[in-house]
Design a protein around this ligand. Structure first.
Ligand code: ADP
Ligand code: ZN
Ligand code: ZN
Length: 729
């Protein structure tokens, strides 16, 4: 056999691919780009992806190792996906092997075969006559079907029955094969499309079914964006296209899914974090084989291979959960736009509160800008007002008129939503004798007091400890909780409103999908009640009986040192406000603040998000911040306070030296300086910002930085990573 080597991309941080000898017996034509292989790499078993084959290798023949196994007969990844993986690798400065690893469902990464999850089933047909079966194997097989009429293909093959035996029973018309799609659409009753209002119709008319274009659908909450998505999807399905819909992490509620399943008879596959590895692979496979016509999922669903992909929709495009916050820090939204461009298909970004990045692109005409300014159906926009807390006596953190309003709302048989983005009982436990405060040993942060169960908890590193009975410093009793979390508010409201249920919705009360479903049902048929919750309550939910929303403390986000602080606060406030009055009854939003004359808060309330966004954009332009410039962060962390800073100093010097030789590449470096919370989980964190007007320049410098860092021999505990287009700075 002529000599050849297989070129393999591996999930390791080295910027190259690796040569391996083929598996024995394999011919060169057995290898195609996109197949997975198992290899031994530095005494580790890894799954890699074939990039191609070559007649010779740079590696000496006696150093070459053989592949352990070829996992796929056909390429898993098509040429398009391989191409996209290269783009991701270059843009985020990772290796193609790392990117491909990220793009695979976990089971494929661990080396499972694609057909290991087989959704095929066999069903017994109503056979009139007692069959005459020859072989004893066939008889045994038929006996199984007499016991139970539906069998997964896999269970039968694992009992030793063959495809041929099954087919024999099929030709005798005893059984038939069935394709049960993952998460079958069950018996969801089909719901017809709604008659669009004029604005929705106009929006739909502007959406095309082919060719690349990005549209930003800016529509106030409840304006019927989802209805526009659904009707666009209906058109696309008629063109035989597959559609990918991305939603935020907590946006994929059973209600959302139900709405899709009730509208279309085509198979809808949901990909979200609640699935186990097996279900995830089933969904992925159904999409990759073109069976799933609609894929709806959270961030990583953006990597789902879909041969007939014809459009992408991103709901709540401003949501932070579209950005991965560890490992390869990609933005699913930005990547989706690249994917649509490469495939020459349309993409729709929807939001009531678009990110300044997308809004900027719409304003300069790069994106088509579509607006929905009114609520759909009969719902009216909620009235929003600021309520100053200055010089006001507060009861349980509420001003008197706000409590009165809550009371009236409950009396009228409606529901109240109280929003406080802080779980636990109180954010601080302190000694009223000596001023001691319960702090995390491993973070620059205070411990949150939780009442049920009673303990102190660091929300940054997860550290937990018992609540001391007396002050650890002065040994006096008199420890007091200061401030409020959702637990405390719930408890206080129970005393203030003893006649109504007070339901708390946060990560401590709602764990897992089922708990949420239950809660959701309770809220829906529950009659008057108060909901107290964190941002878990804010997004995407439809609570028709909520007519009053109270934002307990709007001030937390107003003075953030992050330049995106105000943008994110405004988005969150409007998301929460959008829960009010979504049905027939008008809604009201009361926002409690100590800064009732805060100019940006007032702009938001008087003139809306769009007006605020324009003013924030102006500020960004003046300060030369994204979206007017491009930003990347190099972060370093170590248990040693100085190591991280030193590494970044040296990197900075290296870049400056390089810049002197390349004066045409214009970037500016800011830092290193400590992260907002310098110490977390026992590690000191520093960062270096890289700003550039041109993407090209940014990438050139980042390339230099990575190259430099990879050459350093660093102590094990000193870690660094790069974040391109960071969303928290
Ligand atoms: P958004 O996605 O913008 O928040 P939705 O699509 O969820 O808005 O619509 C909000 C509510 O209005 C839903 O209850 C929906 O059924 C209803 N709705 C949407 N479009 C129409 C329409 N054209 N006629 C009547 N009701 C509508
Ligand atoms: Zn004390
Ligand atoms: Zn901590």
């Amino acid at each position: 056999m002529p000599f050849f080597v297989v070129d393999v991309a591996l999930p390791v941080p080295l910027q190259r691919s690796f040569d391996y000898l083929p598996c024995a017996e394999d011919a060169r034509s057995d290898y195609q780009p996109g197949q997975r292989v198992r290899v031994n790499f530095a005494n580790q078993l890894l799954t890699g992806v074939v990039l191609g084959t070559r007649e010779q290798s740079d590696v000496a023949a006696n150093k070459l190792k053989s592949l352990l196994q070829r996992l796929d007969d056909q390429p898993l990844f098509d040429a398009e996906t391989l191409q996209l993986s290269l783009w991701l690798a270059q843009y985020y400065h990772h290796t193609q092997g790392e990117v491909l690893d990220l793009m695979m469902p976990a089971m494929l990464r661990k080396g499972s075969r694609l057909d290991e999850v087989d959704e095929r089933h066999w069903r017994r047909l109503a056979a009139a006559n007692e069959p005459t079966l020859r072989g004893s194997k066939q008889q045994a097989l038929w006996q199984l079907f007499e016991q139970q009429s539906l069998w997964p293909h896999q269970q039968l093959t694992s009992r030793g029955f063959t495809q041929a035996q099954l087919q024999r029973l099929q030709t005798l018309q005893l059984i038939e094969p069935l394709q049960l799609l993952p998460l079958p659409s069950a018996a969801d009753e089909q719901q017809p499309a709604l008659a669009l209002n004029a604005q929705q119709q106009q929006a739909l008319d502007q959406l095309r079914c082919s060719q690349f274009s990005v549209s930003l659908l800016e529509g106030v909450t409840g304006s019927g964006k989802t209805e526009v998505y659904l009707q666009w999807i209906a058109q696309l399905l008629q063109h035989q296209r597959q559609i990918l819909v991305l939603v935020p992490e907590i946006g994929l509620t059973p209600q959302t899914l139900k709405r899709f399943r009730q509208r279309f008879s085509e198979p809808v596959v949901a990909l979200h974090s609640g699935l186990n590895d097996r279900e995830r692979l089933q969904g992925w496979r159904a999409a990759a084989e073109g069976k799933a016509r609609i894929v709806i999922g959270t961030r990583s669903a953006v990597f789902t291979q879909m041969p007939e992909l014809g459009a992408i929709i991103i709901d709540e495009e401003h949501d932070a959960s579209f950005k991965q916050q560890d490992g390869l820090r990609y933005s699913a939204r930005d990547f989706a736009v690249v994917r649509a461009h490469q495939r020459d298909i349309p993409i729709l970004l929807g939001s009531a509160t678009p990110s300044l990045e997308s809004l900027h692109n719409a304003l300069i005409g790069k994106y088509q800008h579509i607006k929905l300014t009114q609520r759909a159906g009969n719902a009216k926009p909620p009235g929003m007002m600021l309520h100053s807390l200055l010089h006001q006596p507060l009861t349980a953190g509420f001003a008197q008129p706000v409590l009165q309003r809550m009371h009236d709302t409950l009396q009228a048989g409606q529901q109240v939503l109280v929003f406080l983005n802080r779980r636990g009982y109180a954010p601080l436990l302190a000694c009223n004798h000596c001023g001691w405060m319960a702090e995390c040993r491993r973070c620059d942060a205070r411990l949150t007091l939780h009442q049920w169960p009673h303990h102190l908890h660091c929300h940054h590193c997860g550290h937990q400890q018992a609540v001391p009975a007396v002050c650890p410093s002065c040994h006096q009793p008199g420890l007091e909780s200061i401030g409020q979390g959702t637990e405390k508010v719930q408890q206080q409201l129970l005393e203030l409103f003893p006649n109504w249920p007070i339901r708390r919705v946060d990560r401590d009360t709602v764990r897992g999908k089922q708990a949420f479903d239950q809660l959701y049902d309770d809220i829906h048929d529950g009659g008057p009640c108060i909901l107290v919750g964190t941002q878990m309550l804010a997004k995407g939910h439809h609570f028709p009986d909520v007519t009053l929303v109270v934002v307990l403390d709007a001030d937390a986000g107003l003075f953030s040192s992050d330049f995106r602080g105000m943008e994110h606060s405004a988005q969150l406030i409007l998301q929460v406000a959008g829960r009010a009055g979504r049905a027939e009854m008008p809604g009201e939003v009361w926002i409690q603040t100590l800064y009732a004359d805060h100019p940006q808060l007032n702009l938001l309330l008087d003139n809306g998000y769009h007006a605020l966004a324009l003013s924030l954009l102006q500020e960004r332009q003046q300060r030369q911040l994204p979206p007017y410039t491009h930003l990347a962060l190099l972060r370093a962390e170590s248990e040693d306070r100085h190591q991280a800073e030193q590494l970044l100093q040296h990197t900075r010097q290296h870049v400056q030296h390089w810049q002197r030789q390349h004066p045409q590449v214009r970037v500016s470096l800011v830092g290193p300086f400590p992260a907002i919370m310098e110490r977390r989980a026992g590690r000191f964190r520093q960062q270096l910002q890289v700003h550039a007007n041109e993407r090209q320049a940014l990438h050139q410098v980042l390339h230099q930085i990575i190259h430099y860092l990879q050459q350093q021999r660093l102590p094990r505990q000193l870690r660094w990573h790069l974040d391109v287009d960071p969303i928290d700075t």
